[in-house]
Design a protein around this ligand. Structure first.
Ligand SMILES: NC(=O)C1=CN([C@@H]2O[C@H](COP(=O)(O)OP(=O)(O)OC[C@H]3O[C@@H](n4cnc5c(N)ncnc54)[C@H](O)[C@@H]3O)[C@@H](O)[C@H]2O)C=CC1
Ligand SMILES: CC(=O)C(=O)O
Ligand SMILES: [Mg+2]
Length: 465
């Protein structure tokens, strides 16, 4: 695995008569920590207080280092704080006013009584909400906490840091106001009712980390019953970025998608949407694998989506587990869970294999293990090359749909977004470690936005004239 980015800050009190700082540094280093900063907090004749910032490998390593330092004679650990937790203190986002209220006139304009005239105007023509409220540039990021990253089902409160993070990405990359809304409900009908009731406030709905198969019904129903775009990011955002990466990876291996065998592992929200986009882009031999093995027409499933999947994939009706169906695959796409693809499996793939191991936070196989045997390797993580992550898509796609007031996001718009992402890498730049642009590439959002707006007009879903 790549070097950890986990840092801990220890406030320690040192009695210089009993211990040297060098001794403390040795303990840290011998335990595998990396001391990256030292701040002197208080200096006395014998007692000194310092903050040590230490990069640790993981939570166990952190505990070990804290215990070993605390056990040194003359050292007392006063406080332990984690840099990542510090970043989350008080939440990561806030709402700010665009104008300040400094006198009575301003007060009566932004609030009562003058605001009533604006409300009456919108009441007569609700489309004015796009001009006179935040709706035009606002997206709700809605989760019920049932499939958060690779953590699975967690409490809605616990999903908030992830949704706040998504909101930050919307703001930073596309200047969109995104509101994290975590719902204390797992009832499909109730979630649909709540989201519909929220629609007057927002220009678009980004569903996030809602488990399959409920996510399919929730999104389908909302799309039918609402006139603002609804986008389940884990399905479509992921699928768009995967397709962009596959387009560029295939340019390097000089294989045609139509002729490739693609194994998708984890037929949940992301896996289903990835498969649909691959099929629409021309793939003919996609085999989906979940916990009980390959999905095939030979079986009937309780999960309705899997019955659709069985009908539309796996043309040779392969059965068996991942290790069996991976044989001769040109492409592996994992959106399941950590560590389930083995080196032996990768060795069975066709020549010049492409492996996208996208489970978060830990991939289906580590790049260190897979790289010697694959031509192209991608993960969902930011600490390796080729980060295939839906963050590359959702700011740009929402920027496009909000700008042209699209009523929905259709297949043409999604394909346009995938091609736009792929096109940010020129043929000269394209190489095994650069098949997908980085998150901070400033071309990505405008390219997606322009392509999506064009596709929205071409397909008649843009409302802005
Ligand atoms: N890199 C990226 O941009 C994204 C990555 N992901 C990651 O993909 C994974 C799945 O996400 P979702 O589709 O939203 O979740 P989901 O809960 O809808 O689907 C996960 C599917 O994987 C299957 N699965 C889990 N462990 C498995 C195993 N050992 N073998 C075979 N199948 C297995 C589950 O049965 C389920 O059908 C998560 O780790 C998530 O973090 C999801 C969305 C975006
Ligand atoms: C990236 C993302 O949305 C996920 O892992 O769920
Ligand atoms: Mg997600």
């Amino acid at each position: 695995m790549a070097r950890s980015n986990m840092h801990v800050i220890l406030r320690i009190e040192i009695d210089r008569q009993q211990v040297t700082f060098g001794k403390i540094a040795t303990v840290v280093s011998e335990a595998g920590g990396d001391m990256v900063a030292i701040d002197v907090i208080k200096e006395g004749p014998t007692i000194t207080v310092r903050d040590l910032t230490i990069r640790v490998n993981d939570e166990n390593n952190q505990k070990q280092i804290v215990n070993e330092i605390d056990a040194l004679p003359g050292v007392s650990v006063k406080h332990v704080s984690d840099r990542t937790f510090l970043v989350h203190l008080g939440g990561k986002i806030e709402i700010k006013s665009k104008i300040s209220i400094d006198n009575r006139e301003q007060l009566s304009q932004v609030y009562t009584p003058e605001v009533a005239r604006v409300s009456k105007a919108i009441d007569e023509d609700p489309m004015l909400a796009y001009n006179l409220t935040i709706k035009k540039n606002s997206v709700a990021v809605i989760s019920d906490g049932t499939a958060v990253l690779g953590l699975g089902k967690i409490k809605p409160e616990a999903a908030m840091p992830v949704m706040e993070g998504k909101a930050m990405l919307f703001k930073q990359f596309a200047n969109i106001n995104a509101y994290p809304l975590c719902l204390d409900s797992h009832d499909t009908e109730e979630i649909i009712r709540i989201v519909k009731a929220l629609s007057p406030t927002f220009g678009g709905i980004n569903l996030e980390d809602i488990a399959s198969p409920q996510c399919f019904e929730i999104e389908e129903r909302l799309k039918k019953e609402m006139n603002i775009p609804v986008f389940h990011d884990d399905q479509h955002g992921t699928a768009i970025v995967v397709l962009a990466g596959i387009f560029n990876a295939l340019k390097l291996t000089k294989k045609k998608l139509e002729e490739c065998k693609v194994v998708v592992c984890g037929i949940g929200a992301a896996g289903t949407a990835i498969t649909k986009m691959l099929l629409n882009a021309g793939a003919r031999n996609v085999v989906g694998v979940d916990r009980n093995g390959a999905i095939s027409k030979k079986e009937t499933y309780e999960n309705k989506m899997w019955n659709w999947y069985a009908e539309n994939t796996n043309p040779f009706e392969q059965q068996g587990d991942l290790s069996t169906v991976i044989e001769d695959a040109d492409i592996f796409i994992g959106v399941s869970s950590a560590g389930i693809l083995k080196v032996e499996d990768v060795k069975k793939m066709a020549k010049e294999p492409i492996v996208f191991a996208l489970a978060n936070p830990n991939p289906e196989i580590s790049p260190e293990d897979a790289s010697p045997y694959v031509r192209i390797m991608a993960t969902g993580r930011s600490d390796y090359p080729n980060q295939v992550n839906n963050v590359l898509c959702f700011p740009g796609i929402f920027s496009g749909v909000l700008d042209c007031r699209a009523t929905s996001i259709n297949e043409e718009m999604k394909l346009a977004a995938a091609k736009a992402i792929a096109s940010t890498i020129s043929d000269d730049e394209l190489n095994e470690e650069y098949i997908i642009p980085g998150v901070f590439n400033t071309q990505v959002v405008p390219k997606i936005r322009d392509a999506v707006i064009q596709a929205a007009y071409d397909t008649g879903v843009a409302q802005k004239v």
